[in-house]
Design a protein around this ligand. Sequence first.
Ligand code: C2E
Ligand code: CA
Ligand code: CA
Ligand code: CA
Length: 275
Amino acid sequence: AKADGGGGVRLFEDAMLGRIRARQSMKRDLGAALERRELHLVYQPLMDLGSGRACCVEALLRWDHPERGSVSPAEFIPLAEETGLIVPIGDWVLETACRQAVDWPADVSVAVNVSAVQFRCDSLPLRVAAILARSGLDPVRLELEITESVLLHDNDHNMRVLHALRKLGVRIALDDFGTGFSSLSYLRLFPFDKLKLDRSFVSDIGHSAQSEAIIRAAGEMGTALSMITTAEGVETAEQLAWLRAHGWSQAQGYFVGRPSRSPFIPASAAGETMS
Ligand code: C2E
Ligand code: CA
Ligand code: CA
Ligand code: CA
């Protein structure tokens, strides 16, 4: 803001304003996205490292915006959380994923991401129960993936909700393990069925002895706590072999399979190509 007489500051302010406006208009559009059928799910397989077969499929949300094209969930999930729209959208995700999973092999479960905002509602377990009943999906085939942020606030309330969900027979996975601040204390608070190690660790396999030591320790701890241990972001054969050799139960990542619309029919016949 010197030689340019403040023009630089104005440009900066314009850019800020532009971003705020874009967020606001996206928030508005998100409100209509469900009705306009702009949302869909893609499914990414998790491989059981013992059998080498798909044992679970994670549902991932996609938004095809009429003007912006495909918007990343990393971008619009936070907006959906701010507006509360994540509650109806989350219900839609659950219902769509459960209905879809009924058509899959019976030994394959479906994993659905559940936001901390959805947990604020006391009725979440009731709604999950209703969705399971309507879809006819066996509750043991549903896995709910939560991150530490779910447990951050109001522990009593969230613990009640978690236990009520567990009572339905669904499984609970701790997602993005290792990236939060107090992962270990959360393992003491609730008996998770599955631990999902964040992909930032997996990408270090073969490059960092330190990361490898952490992955080994996390795997042993998960196994000792009777959890299924899943590693995310597996992109190479080397990473897969390493995880198998070190006793990890499951692997997920581009090397195992990309997210696609129809995980159980050939990619050539599926709606979304394996880009
Ligand atoms: P997440 O739950 O950790 O999901 C895994 C993300 O990693 C997905 O990104 C997936 O496409 C990506 N991924 C999978 N394998 C690989 C790999 O080998 N390499 C790399 N680099 N990435 C890989 P995506 O689909 O963009 O989703 C981002 C995040 O958005 C998810 O992270 C999750 O936190 C959130 N999200 C997605 N769908 C939903 C939903 O239905 N509800 C809620 N609440 N959150 C969702
Ligand atoms: Ca997840
Ligand atoms: Ca994750
Ligand atoms: Ca994540």
